[in-house]
Design a protein around this ligand. Structure first.
Ligand code: BES
Ligand code: MN
Ligand code: ZN
Length: 497
């Protein structure tokens, strides 16, 4: 979507539609106040009639308001004045985007960034407006045979600004657009079915990123290469499937010789559980088991679009987990790249079997920080629902930085303990470590397993099983945690300066 910042007045600015906020109890925002004043009290009159109450997300489209240059004014409820929450704001933006997209408006200008939301800056509100608008407009069509493009879609969004803030807001809109583009890439990869979005497909998309951006270099390792690296754990999972596994590396260079942040994304393009087969109910959703990898591609795309001065390596181990004749069997013991032996007590705990080898592989990039992103456990959904991404780390500063980035971007995480006390649950009678730790604290023991392979670097684990996609009627990938990851990288850059 195109965006622009204007220092015009909403009363005299010409666009298809001016968007202004109203609040509960009939209160007006400054923008609504200007329109009301110019139109001799028209807005107040309408509110008094009770056609709009100000509840977050309520809308009322007005045509030909007297003395207003633009043909339409859209009122949108933003909750309680001075007490609008981030969720109210997102609801309002979503309602506005959907309404405008289905009306004849292709070009709209928004006063909503003047709405007071806690301590959020105007830049934050501009950025969030871009992200939430793109989220509202995203529509999956790739495998629909009758998909018709939207007539007159919303194509341009303007923001009103003071003279001295125009440049900053322009920058915020650009950042928001890049994050939204990254989220859309992640969404699209997530939503594609397992028979299209295979490990080979993800590898091809990563190669595409390398072609699109000079700053990104992509390499793809095949199973034979991984065998040479002795990735016995990763390869044991891919043996259960006929799709060849891939180990994809995307190297983004935006700074000199600085040590990189390595992002490792779980890329199971379908997880049937293997011989420890999952129940059929809802199994289709296991096409989303590659959302960690999708978020890595989305993040690399966003930071490359923004040309961020930082080095980031994206590592994606990608495979299917299926019950073929050569698949892992419960009790099988494999040897990881790190040399540790693993007893596979449950073949459905496959993500950690890929990730442990990918994490060991990450050592070669001499990373300053390693973050893995994985739809790793159903247990994290039990613990945190669909609101927060689970966070565990071997370094509290890194955990704090990710919690902060989550709050800053409103793509939030919540920390769980990674105490050594839990490690004993992974004891095995026959190998160095078991791949499951019993029914208690399933998300923590999954992270404990990974922790055995990350002792050489500063590392955090993000369990996105609850946040990467929505179930039910609105089934679809969310694009999370691209905003969190980009924010973390942006904060690193500003902390350094
Ligand atoms: N991909 C799943 C985790 C998952 C399950 C994500 C449901 C979203 C919804 C992962 O590979 C898995 O199967 N984990 C097991 C681990 C268990 C066997 C220790 C799980 O969570 O049941
Ligand atoms: Mn599984
Ligand atoms: Zn899985």
């Amino acid at each position: 979507m195109q965006y622009f910042v204007t220092t015009n007045s909403p009363a005299t600015h010409l666009t298809d539609c001016i968007v202004v906020a109203v609040f509960e109890q009939g209160e007006l925002s400054p923008g609504a106040g200007i329109i009301d004043l110019q139109s001799n009290g028209y807005i107040k009159k309408i509110i008094e009639r009770g056609d709009i109450s100000g509840k977050a997300g309520q809308t009322l489209l007005l045509q030909d308001v007297a003395n207003i240059t633009s043909p339409r004014v859209l009122l949108v409820g933003c909750g309680k004045k001075e007490k609008t929450t981030e969720n109210d704001f997102n609801k309002a933006i979503t309602a506005v985007a959907q309404l405008l997209n289905e009306s004849g408006c292709t070009d709209a200008s928004s006063c909503l960034t003047e709405v007071v939301i806690n301590t959020r800056t105007t830049s934050w509100k501009v950025r969030q407006s871009m992200i939430t608008t793109e989220t509202a407009l995203y529509k999956y069509t790739q495998t629909k045979s009758d998909a018709k493009p939207q007539l007159n879609p919303l194509a341009r969004l303007g923001f009103f600004a003071q003279d001295n803030e125009a440049a900053e807001l322009e920058q915020a809109a650009q950042t928001g657009q890049a994050i939204a583009n990254g989220m859309n890439l992640a969404r699209e990869l997530g939503n594609l079915p397992g028979n299209i979005c295979t490990p080979t497909y993800i590898a091809d998309q990563a190669v595409e990123l390398g072609k699109r951006f000079d700053s990104v270099t992509t390499t793809v390792l095949e199973e034979a290469d991984m065998a040479e690296l002795k990735m016995g754990s990763f390869l044991s999972v891919s043996r259960g499937s006929r799709e060849p596994a891939k180990l994809i590396t995307m190297n983004y260079k935006g700074a000199g010789d600085e040590r990189p942040v390595v992002l490792v994304g779980k890329g199971l393009t379908f997880d049937a559980g293997g011989i420890s087969l999952k129940p059929s109910q809802g199994m289709d959703e296991m096409k989303y088991d590659m959302c960690g990898s999708a978020s890595v591609l989305g993040t690399i795309a966003a930071i490359a679009e923004l040309n961020l001065p930082i080095n980031v390596v994206g590592v994606v181990p990608s495979s299917e987990n299926l019950p073929d004749g050569d698949a892992n069997k419960p009790g099988d013991i494999v040897t990881s790249m790190a040399g540790k032996t693993i007893e596979i007590l449950n073949t459905d705990a496959e993500g950690r079997l890929l990730l442990c080898d990918a994490l060991t592989y990450s050592e070669r990039f001499n990373p300053e920080i390693v973050i893995d992103i994985a739809t790793l456990t159903g247990a994290i959904i039990v613990a945190l629902g669909n609101q927060a991404t689970g966070l565990m780390a071997n370094n509290q500063q890194l955990a704090d930085d990710l919690l902060q980035a989550g709050n800053d971007s409103f793509d939030r995480t919540w920390q769980l303990p990674l105490w050594e006390d839990y490690q004993q649950q992974l004891d095995s009678n026959f190998a160095d470590i078991a791949n499951v730790g019993g029914k208690e604290a399933g998300s923590v023991t999954a992270a404990c397993f990974l922790a055995r392979f990350t002792e050489k670097f500063t590392w955090a684990h993000l369990d996105i099983a609850g946040t990467a996609w929505n179930s039910g009627k609105a089934k679809g990938a969310t694009g999370r945690p691209v905003p969190l990851l980009v924010q973390y990288l942006l904060n690193r850059i500003s902390d350094k300066n």
